[in-house]
Design a protein around this ligand. Structure first.
Ligand SMILES: [Zn+2]
Length: 419
């Protein structure tokens, strides 16, 4: 069989594995609470809170979709015309056009150009956040964060580009197989490494101060059977008023992180409710599931790119001989961008189902639906959420159930448990 035949077979295998993993590991059988409960929850929210949340999201929308449109246009323009390959050549020229220079500098130049062209939208977004009082950052702090994130992507991107094009040179016929394995490995590695190496670039993490709240959280985790050695507090207040908590990392790097803003804004019982939700993620191994499906998806993407990328009309458009040469990197980015847009609603749906399961876990663990509902009310108020967002936007991008869905879930729990 030819490498191409093996690639088709591999892609089919990975697709089956993804479908099986998705069917077994994603809690599909958890539909949102009845719409009538959601509408009752919506009516119970203060009118000015709802109005303000909706106005905030309306103000963000043009910039958000503008950035999306410009990003897509740039990716297609560079990838499906010879412009992109010329940019890669140009960026590699100062170092004599050596393949390493083309691969790394050329690739980074393409990424940087896309970042620069969407920069005005990012700045606009920041003005909206400041106008609505959600951001606590001045322009200098904002710029420093931006430069840090560029630096992090340049380091990770540079290493990936160098690794990928080295493999292509060493195994010109089978690079897709090594590339797929490498991409899967990279997803797993980043899952472990990002929380430890990258999060401290942006925030300072300190163990939560000893006290009744900390003791309650640790004992709740023990009761839940989830090994949590520590609860960390992130100094999120340096850039935002928004409140949040999350769990990240795997095994020894796993941590529950609580924003300092959450501790300031919410009652201890509400913080407990949020952490109970995060424990749900740990208990159901959501980080593992995300890493596994992410790794399978990344491997499948590399094989698919190899197969799609050998389609002659595409190569002609991009003005390249093979999708595996550094000059074809913009074509890869264009394909990845399109696939990412198509995959977004699927990822959002999966994420919402997983989040709803963590909510159900929090309700069962705390047995306190009224605090859960109060917390959702507060989360929405402080974070300026639209409690019941437009349907199309919800389906397209919502990573969490809406505020009214989460409140309705608490009401349904109260009804079912007869409290
Ligand atoms: Zn969650």
């Amino acid at each position: 069989m030819t490498p191409r035949g093996w690639a088709v077979l591999t892609l089919a295998g990975l697709a089956v594995a993804l479908v099986v993993a998705g069917a077994l590991l994603i809690p599909w059988s958890r539909p949102p609470a009845p719409r009538a409960d959601q509408l009752a929850a919506l009516r119970s929210l203060p009118v000015d809170q709802v109005t303000r949340g909706r106005a905030f999201h309306a103000a963000l929308r043009p910039g958000g979709y503008g950035a999306l449109a410009v990003g897509l246009a740039v990716a297609l323009l560079l990838g499906l015309t010879p412009l992109g390959s010329s940019l890669v050549e140009l960026a590699g020229r100062p170092l004599g056009g050596h393949w390493v220079a083309r691969a790394v500098l050329g690739g980074l130049a393409v990424m940087l150009l896309a970042d620069l062209l969407t920069l005005p939208f990012a700045a606009w977004r920041q003005t909206v956040l400041v106008r609505y009082g959600l951001s606590t950052q001045g322009w200098s702090g904002w710029a420093v964060d931006l430069l840090k994130s560029y630096a992090v992507s340049a380091v990770i991107g540079g290493l990936v580009l160098l690794g990928f094009y080295t493999v292509v040179r060493l195994a010109p016929r089978w690079w897709w197989a090594f590339g797929a394995a490498g991409a899967a490995g990279l997803v797993v590695l980043l899952s472990f490494v990002l929380p430890v190496l990258v999060e401290p670039v942006f925030n300072r993490f300190t163990p939560m101060e000893p006290g009744p709240l900390r003791s309650e959280l640790i004992s709740m985790a023990a009761r839940d059977g989830v090994p949590v050695r520590d609860v960390l507090v992130a100094d999120a207040s340096r850039r935002t008023k928004a409140v949040n908590a999350y769990v990240s990392g795997l095994g020894p790097t796993r941590r529950v992180v609580v924003y300092d803003t959450l501790l300031r804004e919410a009652t201890p019982a509400e913080v407990t409710s949020v952490v109970a939700h995060e424990l749900g993620h740990a208990k159901d191994r959501d980080v593992w599931v995300g890493t596994l499906t992410g790794a399978l998806g990344a491997a499948a993407a590399v094989v698919a790119l190899y197969l799609i990328g050998s389609w002659a009309p595409l190569l002609r458009l991009a003005g390249v001989d093979s999708v595996a040469e550094p000059r074809a990197f913009p074509l890869l980015i264009a394909l990845v961008t399109v696939v990412g847009l198509v995959a977004a609603p699927v990822q959002a749906l999966v994420s919402r189902r997983v989040e709803a399961r963590a909510d159900a876990h929090a309700l069962a663990l705390t047995g306190d639906p009224s605090t859960f509902e109060a917390m959702q009310r507060r989360l929405a108020g402080v974070n300026l959420a639209d409690p019941d967002p437009p349907r199309w936007e919800y389906l397209w991008s919502a990573s969490h159930p809406s505020t009214v869905e989460r409140m309705a879930a608490a009401r349904a729990y109260t009804r079912e448990s007869g409290r």
